[in-house]
Design a protein around this ligand. Structure first.
Ligand code: CTP
Length: 400
C-alpha cells in the first residue's frame, strides 16, 4: 500500500534515531518517496549523509540551505505528503507540536501538513510517564494525530519501562494498514446531508436549529480520506471540509435539500443523512418583513417538511446503503429502531442528548450504531472526527 506514497519522515534528537534508518529503508523498499526532515538535535544522532543516500533526496533541517540561500518551503512539503511520520518523537518535539512552538523545520512542516500524521514517541520511562508528556500526547491525539505507542523494555538509560520506540517493522505495518483502510471506499459515491435547514418566515427571519454541521463534515472528510467520491448537501453552516476533494452543495431549506438529494441519489452507492432537517416550515412565508408596529402578534401557520431520508428510502435500489441519524432525549433505542424501519434505512446512528458531550455544537459525540437486523455497537465519547471513523468503519463493513 505504500507504493508511490509521498512520506515525510521526521527525525528528532533521541537515541532511537538509529532505528529511523531501518524505517527509511523499509519505506523506500516498499516503493514510497521519502523526504527526511530532521531537527538540529536529530542531526547529532544520525548523519544526514546516510539518510540522503538512502532516501535519494537531500535531508532538510534548516529553513535555508546555508551556501545557496535556497528556501525550503514547509508549506509545499506539507501539501506534497500523503503522510508524515515522526519517529522518534522526543518529549521536546511532542511538546512543541502540541503547543505550536514552530522554531524548527520539522514543527513548521507538521503545522502545515494536510496529510495524516503518525507520531512514534521515544524517551526515558519517567519522561514518558510525566503528566506534561501525557497531556501533550493526548492533545496530539485529540488533533487526530495517530500515536504509535512506545513499548516496554530496556531503555538507553538501562532502566526498564515504557518508552522504547516501536520497532520500524511495526511502524511500517501501521502505515500499510492505514493506507489499506484509507482506500477501502475507493470508487464509492457517497451523499451526505449536514447542518440545519432554515425555513423562511419572512426575508429576515427563519425557523432553524442549533446544528453546526460538524458531525456531517467530519464524516465527509473521513469518507473522502478513505477514497470515496463525496458530495455534501449542506444547510447554512460556517464550516468547510478539510479534505479538498469533498464537493459541497449549499442549500437553505428542507425542500432545497430534498431536491439536491433527489438529483444525486440515483448515482450514489451510499447516503448518510446527518442533517438536522427542520420538521416544519411556515405555510406562507411573507415576501416583505413582518412589521412589529402594525400587525400585532402574528400567528405562523406551519406545514410539514418532506422527510428526505424516508424519500430516499422509498426509491432505494438493490446495493444502495442508506444511513440515518437519531438524536433522542428519551426511549432512545425504541425511537431509533422505529425510525430505521419507517424510513427504510440500513443503519441508524443513535445519539442521546442525555449523554454529556454529545449533540449540537460540541466537538465530541457519543453514538451507538444500530443495523437493520438490530445489531448494536456502542462507542465511547470521542472527538467527532474519531466518531466519524467508527461510523465509516461500520458502513464499510456493511458494504462488503
Ligand atoms: N430526516 C430527514 N428529513 C426530515 C427529518 C429527518 O432526512 N425532514 C433525517 C435526519 O437527517 C436523520 C433522520 O431522518 O437522519 C432522523 O431525524 P430525526 O429528526 O431524529 O427524526 P424525525 O423523523 O424528524 O423524528 P422526530 O423529530 O419526531 O424525532
Amino acid at each position: 500500500m505504500l507504493k508511490g506514497k509521498n512520506i515525510i519522515l521526521g527525525i528528532t534528537g533521541g537515541i532511537a534515531a538509529y532505528k529511523s534508518v531501518t524505517l527509511l529503508r523499509g519505506l523506500v523498499k516498499a516503493g514510497a518517496e521519502v523526504q527526511v526532515v530532521i531537527t538540529p538535535a536529530g542531526r547529532e544522532f544520525i548523519t544526514p549523509v546516510t539518510l540522503s543516500a538512502l532516501s535519494g533526496r537531500p535531508v532538510i533541517c534548516d529553513f535555508f540551505t546555508a551556501n545557496t540561500g535556497e528556501w525550503h518551503s514547509h508549506v509545499d512539503l506539507g501539501l506534497w505528503a500523503d503522510a508524515m511520520v515522526i519517529a522518534p518523537a522526543t518529549a521536546s518535539t511532542i511538546g512543541k507540536m502540541a503547543n505550536g512552538i514552530a522554531d524548527n523545520m520539522l514543527v513548521t512542516t507538521y503545522l502545515s501538513a494536510k496529510a495524516p500524521v503518525f507520531v512514534a514517541p521515544a524517551m526515558d520511562l519517567d519522561m514518558m510517564a510525566h503528566p506534561t508528556t501525557q497531556r501533550n500526547i493526548e492533545l496530539l491525539r485529540s488533533y487526530n494525530n495517530h500515536i504509535i505507542e512506545p513499548k516496554e523494555g530496556e531503555l538507553a538509560s538501562h532502566l526498564v519501562g515504557k518508552g522504547r520506540m516501536e520497532e520500524p517493522e511495526k511502524i511500517l505495518e501501521v502505515l500499510d494498514k492505514f493506507f489499506d483502510q484509507q482506500s477501502d471506499l475507493k470508487g464509492k459515491r457517497i451523499l451526505i446531508t449536514a447542518g440545519p435547514t432554515y425555513e423562511r418566515i419572512d426575508p429576515v427571519r427563519f425557523i432553524g436549529n442549533f446544528s453546526t454541521g460538524k458531525m456531517g463534515f467530519a464524516i465527509a472528510d473521513e469518507a473522502a480520506d478513505r477514497g470515496a467520491d463525496v458530495t455534501v448537501v449542506a444547510g447554512p453552516v460556517s464550516i468547510k471540509p478539510s479534505n479538498p476533494s469533498v464537493k459541497v452543495i449549499g442549500v437553505e431549506s428542507a425542500r432545497q435539500m430534498l431536491d439536491a438529494c433527489n438529483k444525486l441519489w440515483p448515482e450514489c452507492d451510499i447516503a448518510i443523512m446527518a442533517a438536522a432537517v427542520a420538521d416544519y416550515a411556515p405555510a406562507n412565508p411573507a415576501d416583505k418583513k413582518i412589521k412589529r408596529e402594525h400587525q400585532g402578534v402574528p400567528t405562523i401557520e406551519l406545514v410539514k417538511n418532506p422527510d428526505i431520508a424516508a424519500t430516499l428510502g422509498q426509491s432505494k435500489r438493490e446495493g444502495q446503503l442508506l444511513v440515518g441519524f437519531a438524536l433522542e432525549t428519551d426511549n432512545e433505542t425504541d425511537h431509533a429502531i422505529e425510525k430505521l424501519t419507517r424510513k427504510n434505512l440500513d443503519m441508524i446512528v443513535l445519539n442521546s442528548l442525555r449523554n454529556k458531550g454529545a449533540g449540537f455544537g460540541v466537538d465530541t459525540n457519543q453514538v451507538s450504531v444500530i443495523s437493520k437486523n438490530e445489531q448494536r455497537t456502542d462507542f465511547e465519547l470521542k472527538s467527532k472526527r474519531a466518531v466519524a471513523t467508527d461510523i465509516i468503519d461500520c458502513i464499510a463493513e456493511a458494504g462488503k
